[in-house]
Each structure stands twice: as C-alpha cells, then as structure tokens.
Design a protein around this ligand. Structure first.
Ligand code: PAF
Length: 278
C-alpha cells in the first residue's frame, strides 16, 4: 500500500489507474480505524480493483467547543490495518494541504435541506464541514464509488444529496452499521467512555429496537419518542434528540414508507449516535 500526503502525488497515482481503465472505490475516514472501517474497505474491495482510503481529521466539521484537538490520531496503526485489509492507497494529508489558503477562506458546500435538523441543530456548521471535505476529496480522488457507514445516517443522506445536486459522477453506497457484541455501534468516540459507561452504552441500541417494535405495532411516534428519551435520561444519558423520521429524506414519517428512528445522546464525555430503519 502506498501512503501519500500530497494532492500532487495522489493525482498522479489515480491518473495511472484511470489511464489503465481501472475503477476506483473510496472510503473517506477520520482515522482511528476500527472493525467498522475495515468492513468498509472489504466492501470497497468487492466493488473495484483499486481501493483508496483517506485519513483526515477535518477541522471544518468540528465546532469551537468540540473534540477536534483530542480526536484520536493513530496514523501508523491505521496504515497497518489498511495494508492488511488490502487497501491500495492511503491519502493522509495535513490540514494545510487540504486548506492551503486557510480554512476560513475555503469554499463551503452546504446542503440546506438536511443540515439544520437533528444532529445539525446541535452541531451548527457540522454538515457543511462534512459536505465540503467530501466534495473536495471526491474531486481529488475521482472515485467511481464511495462507501460510508450507515451509523452516520444523516451524514450519508447529506452526502448523497450533495453529490446529486452537484452532479458528481460518484455512486454513494451506505453500508450497514457494524456493532459490538452487545449492540453498541462501533465508533472511534466509544473510547471516550469509562468502563462502567461502556457497559451502559448498549442501552442506546435497545431503546432503538424497542422504539421500532412499538412503532411497528402502531404506537404514535410522539409517545415512542417521549418513552425512549425518558428511558435514556433515567439511565444517566443526556439525550440531544430521539426522533422518528422518513428514511428517504428525514422529513416527518409518512404512512407506508420506510422509517428510521435516530438518536443522539451524551454519556459522560462521549456523544453517541445511532439509528434503526424499519
Ligand atoms: O464519517 C467520517 O468519518 C467523516 O465525517 C468523513 C465522512 C470522513 C468526513 O470527514
């Protein structure tokens, strides 16, 4: 596996593959890779002869009081895991390489329809930061297909919408969430949990399963949301939201259409998000 840090090197590598007519699959990450990321690489491997991963902790998507500075950076271990997973190229640029004129002056891509609700209401500017860096990475890597975990379900819809609105020739693939044995969705931020919090964190998925079950039996969304929020609060979580939405556009749930229940809740220093479609 090649590890490249500059745009010039990346472009040259991708150009060679494209000239040979090889398809490119892309997995963008912020590093600190876990089994969920490696599963994305395996799914990418199954879709194209060339697989590119990026590791870039993107400052644009963190708010001023968020965890940008302490987000775990483990590039050497990430490179080893990617090489073992048969990734062809790791692109790991510095912040100055991605935002050479300064991040404040950089062009911003916004997806207004989806960015101010749910996580966007609690993390102003977050999805503009995500859409901007993903659009930029698409321009640099020029993938045929890009893969994202469904744990970040709102992010996945933002990226789909951004890519469709800008007419980018990239197929966006969502991959089901990889979970720990007790149901907790894998996430780099799980390591912010202490041992006791870690065992309590499994409640998040149980609350989602119970919500989907009750809704499937005809319970009202407002009642299910209120019950789920109370269960989490009583267990010491600080929920930002628990909401039932239409799975296609995160609008109000519509009869006969696929729905999704989404949750974001703090436990200690970790903000956990998860969702379940039904
Ligand atoms: O999901 C992530 O790790 C990030 O939001 C992404 C998509 C790599 C953009 O920085």
């Amino acid at each position: 596996m090649q590890t490249l840090h500059t745009v010039t090197e990346l472009r040259a590598a991708v150009r060679t593959w494209r000239a040979a007519g090889e398809r490119v699959a892309f997995v963008p990450t912020m590093g600190n890779l876990h089994a969920g990321h490696i599963h994305l690489i395996a799914e990418a491997r199954a879709r194209a002869p060339r697989v590119v991963a990026s590791v870039f902790v993107n400052p644009l998507q963190f708010g001023p009081s968020e965890d940008f500075d302490k987000y775990p950076r483990t590039l050497a271990a990430d490179a080893e895991r990617l090489a073992a997973a048969d990734c062809d190229l790791l692109f790991a640029p510095a912040v100055e390489e991605m935002y050479p004129g300064g991040r404040e002056a950089h062009t911003v891509v916004t997806v207004p329809a989806l960015s101010d609700i749910l996580c966007g209401a609690f993390r102003p500017g977050h999805f503009a930061g995500v859409a901007t860096v993903v659009a930029k990475l698409f321009g640099l890597v020029q993938p045929d297909v890009a893969l994202f975990g469904e744990k970040d379900f709102q992010q996945l819809l933002v990226i789909r919408r951004m890519s469709a609105d800008l007419g980018l020739p990239v197929e966006i693939v969502g991959i089901p969430t990889v979970r720990e044995a007790d149901g907790l969705a894998m996430s780099s931020r799980n390591q912010y949990l202490g041992a006791e919090e870690r065992s309590r964190a499994a409640l998040i998925y149980k609350v989602l399963q119970e919500a989907a079950r009750a809704l499937g039996e005809g319970a009202r969304a407002e009642d299910v949301e209120a019950r789920g929020l109370a269960t989490l609060s009583n267990a010491g979580f600080r929920p930002d939201y628990l909401a039932v939405r239409a799975a296609s556009d995160l609008g109000p749930p519509r009869a006969g259409e696929p729905r999704v229940v989404l949750v974001a809740a703090w436990l200690g220093k970790a903000r956990l998000i998860d969702n379940l479609r039904f």
